[in-house]
Design a protein around this ligand. Sequence first.
Ligand code: ADP
Ligand code: MG
Length: 246
Amino acid sequence: MIKVNHLKKSFGKTEVLKDINFELNQGEVLAIIGPSGSGKSTLLRCLNWLEQPDGGTISINNIDIEIENINKKQKQQLIKQSAMVFQHYNLFKNKTVLQNVTIGLKTNKQLDRSAIDARASDYIEQVGLSDFKHKYPVTLSGGQQQRVGIARALALDTPVLLFDEPTSALDPELVSGVLNVIKSVAKLNKTLIIVTHEMSFAEDIADKVIFMEDGFIVESGTPKQIFNNPRQERTAEFVKNDKGVK
Ligand SMILES: Nc1ncnc2c1ncn2[C@@H]1O[C@H](COP(=O)(O)OP(=O)(O)O)[C@@H](O)[C@H]1O
Ligand SMILES: [Mg+2]
């Protein structure tokens, strides 16, 4: 469903993604772990073309792209395959919850106003925020705001969802509510890629785990392999330390 080969990305002289290769089947959940600065966000952003990669190939949902020869139509097709949930929610502060969620529907669907609102309301209900439809983000907790971010991503109706540290900006007591919403999203048969520092969550939800460091995938495997029986010294060290912190 997703196949990435030899993906590369530099910012100026800094090589941030050096040679990224992985595959993921439809409906699977991939967790990406790794230290800060290892290129995790850049990888997600390249998949959604929020950053333009420099080389390699990306295939998502039968859309096959050679980065160096991509055309405008392929770019538009690629962008439609995935929706992003951001670490800092990235909601429009001057729009209500409902308006934030309808943005995705408006740009993607030929629906009339009441149909758009009805669809958006369904997504808002899915993340447990029906009572907050007409509130503004500033009146919501971080956890509620992130759930709006998830509803907005769902409303784009893409086969792939990308989560970039969806809980790392949250107060600890708000984390589990958001993780539970992500768990329910994982049952929708979409393909999920989640960058996270929540090791036990990753272990619980993921079909596959990738450990990234310094622009490379150091190791990938099942959660069992990565968390209990890593082959690489660096993975073992990272997993141990990160577990130790908790
Ligand atoms: N827009 C950018 N311009 C320049 N450097 C960037 C940009 N985005 C990320 N970087 C650099 O790329 C490296 C990887 O960043 P990032 O992908 O955010 O890592 P992670 O998400 O794993 O913490 C970092 O050294 C960061 O400073
Ligand atoms: Mg990041």
